[in-house]
Structure formats: C-alpha cells, structure tokens
Design a protein around this ligand. Structure first.
Ligand code: PGA
Length: 252
C-alpha cells in the first residue's frame, strides 16, 4: 500500500472556464510546499487536462481524467484512455456514480478499466451503494460492483485505486457524509472482497479512498477513524482553501 495518503480532487463541471482553471492552478502552485507528505491529484474536465498539466509544470501534482470511454474510432464525443494519457493524464476515474447514472453499465465499467490499465493510466475505480438498506443488502451491491469491474483480470490490480463513494452522501455537506465508523466497516468489507478477487497480497496494496461530501469539517475525523488511505473530493476540490485544508488533514 502506498505510504503517503492519496487525495484526489474531482472538479466535475465546477470550473467552467479555462481561465478559472488556470487561476486555480497558479494559486495551487504557490502552495505546493504544503503538499509535502501527501500524494495529490486533480481531475479537471477533459478539455482542460493538457492546459492544467502545462500550467503545473514540475509541481508534484497528478492530473487525471474524470471519465474515458472504451470505444474506438467512430464514436462522436468519446475520449479514449490513450487520448487522456497523451494529453498528460496519469490517472482516470472509472465508474463514477454520475457516469453510471448517465448510462455506463457494469460491462462498460469493466471495459473502461481494462482500457485505462492498458493505456498506462492508474484506474480509480468508484463503487458505492445508492442507499443504505436496513438488512445490509447495500454491502452485497458494492461487492457485486467490485466483482464485475475487476472480473478475472488480476492484472488490473497493478496500479488500482478503489474509491468508495456512497451515492446518497455525494454532493451534500459534511453533516450528510458517512460517519467515520461506518466508513471503516465498509473499508474492511471492501478489502476482504478485494482479497477474494485479487488475493490477499494484491488486495493489501490497493489504496482505498472515501468520497462523498468530504469537506474541511469532516476530513480529520474521517482520515483518523475511517480506515481509509485518502479521499476523492468533489465540490470541495474546486475551492482552493477547502482543498488544501483537506490535504493538510491527510498529513501523517
Ligand atoms: P462531493 O463529490 O465531494 O461533492 O460529494 C464526491 C464525488 O462525487 O467524487
């Protein structure tokens, strides 16, 4: 498992103009000394990937794609893993709940994972239940997502990152996020499921992130008590002060 904690920012569509993205990166670069000890990345919208990489220069920040498609050739509007990689991305979110809601099936998620890994991108596989069910059935839902995404392809685990994002907790405020003790339970379960799929040694190497209304207010407790290796941050990653506070909470 990576020694440093990993904090990835998913900008979604929050920063709409290239100029806002550039401004963010400029301010970000001035603070990079504060990043020491944490592995940090941001996933801008696809049209900004190359510009963000360029503006970051040698700053120790990873850049990722928010989504790729596994199709090739005649597929209008698609972005392949190779395109994202050649624009400068080094990781890619796969199976984010907002992409699944827009139509990405479990099969598509598996194909995207294979495409990302073969293009040399670190796949950040997002899983999470739509709602918590009293009989605990949501736990099997997450296991099924992991099994169908990873399939029998053990080779996918080389650089794999898993982001556990309960859908019911996404896009709200820290009060609505999952509580650290519940996150810890799910992480233990996810790690066990990964061990069943990939074998124990590989499973122990996979960083598990939590995402879903991570804000400066709850980052400290979640990282200290949630048993996670970092965060996938949505709305708070588009605000430089909040994002840095979250990164700071992840320093060991
Ligand atoms: P949020 O988004 O932090 O805004 O809840 C997380 C995500 O969807 O990755």
């Amino acid at each position: 498992m990576a020694k440093k904690r990993l904090v990835l920012g998913n900008w979604k569509m929050y920063l709409e103009r290239a100029e806002s993205a550039k401004e963010f990166v400029r301010a970000f670069k001035r603070k990079t000394a504060k990043l020491a000890g944490v592995d940090v990345g941001i996933a801008p919208p696809t049209p900004f990937i190359a510009m963000v990489c360029d503006a970051l220069g040698s700053a120790p920040v990873r850049v990722g794609a928010q989504a790729i498609s596994a199709e090739a050739g005649g597929y209008t509007g698609g972005v392949s893993a190779t395109m994202a990689r050649s624009a400068g991305a080094d990781f890619c979110l796969i199976g984010h709940s907002e992409r699944r809601a827009a139509g990405d099936s479990d099969e598509a998620v598996h194909s995207q994972l294979v495409a990302a890994a073969s293009a040399g991108l670190t796949p950040v596989l997002c899983v999470g239940e739509l709602e918590q069910l009293p009989d605990g059935a949501h736990v099997s839902f997450v296991a099924a997502q992991l099994r169908s995404a990873l399939g029998a392809a053990q080779s996918l685990s080389a650089k794999l990152v898993v982001a556990y994002e309960p859908v019911w907790a996404i896009g709200k405020t820290s009060n609505s996020a999952m509580k650290p003790a519940e996150v810890e339970e799910m992480v233990i379960f996810i790690r066990k499921t990964l061990a069943d799929i990939l074998g124990r040694t590989q499973a122990l190497r996979v960083p598990i992130l939590y995402g879903g209304s991570v804000e400066p207010e709850n980052a400290q407790a979640l990282i200290a008590e949630g048993g996670i290796n970092g965060f996938l941050v949505g709305h708070a990653s588009a605000d430089i002060t909040s994002f840095f506070e979250i990164v700071n909470a992840c320093k060991k």
